[in-house]
Design a binder for this molecule. Structure first.
Ligand code: HEC
Length: 134
């Protein structure tokens, strides 16, 4: 009568241990995917909501383009530092062609050995396709 409950207690504690291990492993695997997303931010491109100049395009231009394309004598005589200026280059098709390195247009940013990130390109495309929201 005394031995049986002790054995059952042992079985139960082994079960609890196994369950704890399983829960631990599951929580590890979800952390793993969380980290993977953080390590690869390009795999998550949030294109929900509208693409506007003020909210989306301006910062992309400022981070990648206005160092050359602004001021009194902008490179290639192309300004990219105001809404109207960027929109006008967009309408010619050269904005999109330059950042996608399409043939017939100089690849931009000039001198860079890589394009700007895919997510920024997708957002600029959306801005163009939705008719240049300010
Ligand atoms: C390091 C300076 C520099 C940076 C940064 C730069 N550009 Fe340029 N860009 C130039 C120069 C110089 C020209 C003119 C000569 C040429 O076409 O190569 C030019 C030309 C252009 C043209 C006209 C291309 C054509 O074939 O007519 C476009 C459009 C353009 N840039 C867009 C951009 C965009 C968009 C960015 C940011 C993603 C950018 N540029 C970043 C220097 C730069």
């Amino acid at each position: 009568m005394l031995v049986r409950p002790i054995i059952n207690m042992r079985k139960i504690s082994i079960l609890i241990l196994l369950a704890t291990l399983l829960i631990y492993l599951f929580s590890l695997s979800s952390c793993y995917y969380d980290n993977l997303e953080r390590l690869n931010p390009t795999s998550v491109c949030d294109t929900s909501g509208s693409a506007t100049y003020s909210g989306t395009v301006k910062s992309i231009m400022d981070n990648n383009c206005t160092s050359c394309h602004s001021g009194a004598s902008p490179s290639g005589n192309i300004s990219l530092d105001t809404y109207t200026a960027v929109k006008n280059v967009g309408i010619t098709g050269k904005l999109y062609n330059s950042i996608t390195w399409a043939s017939g247009t100089s690849p931009m940013p000039k001198g860079s050995n890589s394009k700007i990130d895919d997510c920024s390109i997708i957002k600029i495309k959306k801005w163009i396709d939705t008719n240049y929201l300010p």
